[in-house]
Write a new protein. Structure first.
Length: 210
């Protein structure tokens, strides 16, 4: 099982529920239809108004396609993760928090791991990934960094688990059993019953009683 943070995992569940399976499904037209987002283009800074069911989005049109899509996913992040509308009266610290959350969500939304990682492994070239996902290069670099960091954490977890299991197996070998281990196993025997112990533990306790 791959490591993902809760927001990233939520994006995956939401997208898979809507049968979003490849980069072609990540277009603004397709996502706006699936999530009930009305998209408008104008000259000012991108913005979005939303409630729990729908959103009205304005995207700044005089910029590159990659930046337009970046803005779309950022505003979509607000819609997916927040309630109401940012506005006057909101504490600055809270507004900054929501902006940071929308930034990270824009990365997960525009490049869902279950879609992005297989393509990243097949086409590690940044320019190719930029052409496929139509997202600014800094966002792609950040996505790659996140996935690699998560993979490293997952590998370290599996390695630590394997070492712990190996240590337990060595502990259960005849002649290498600590008295404290025997005490714990005897307590376990009392709690769950001898019939519920596996054969290896039963044999170990039998040898200890000889």
């Amino acid at each position: 099982m791959q490591y993902m943070n809760p927001r990233e995992a939520r994006v995956e569940r939401i997208f898979k529920a809507r049968n979003i399976q490849n980069p072609h499904d990540l277009t603004i037209d397709n996502l706006s239809a699936l999530f009930n987002i009305k998209v408008n283009y104008y000259k000012k800074k991108s913005d979005c108004y939303y409630d729990d069911n729908c959103a009205m989005m304005w995207l700044k049109e005089d910029q590159s396609l990659e930046d337009i899509r970046s803005d779309f996913f950022h505003e979509m992040g607000h819609f997916i993760d927040h309630s109401g509308k940012q506005g006057e009266g909101m504490p600055i610290a809270f507004e900054k928090l929501q902006e940071a959350q929308a930034h990270w969500l824009s990365i997960y939304l525009s490049m869902p791991r279950y879609i992005f990682e297989p393509i990243m492994n097949e086409h590690p070239n940044l320019q190719t990934l930029k052409e496929i996902f139509q997202i600014p290069e800094p966002m792609i670099r950040e996505r790659i960094r996140i996935i690699r960091q998560q993979n490293t954490m997952h590998f370290q977890f599996l390695r630590r688990k394997a070492l712990e299991e190996d240590s337990i197996n060595h502990t259960l070998q005849k002649g290498k059993v600590y008295k404290t281990t025997i005490q714990v196993l005897r307590q376990l025997e009392k709690q769950v019953g001898k019939e519920n112990l596996n054969c290896e533990v039963k044999n170990l306790l039998r040898r200890d009683r000889w």
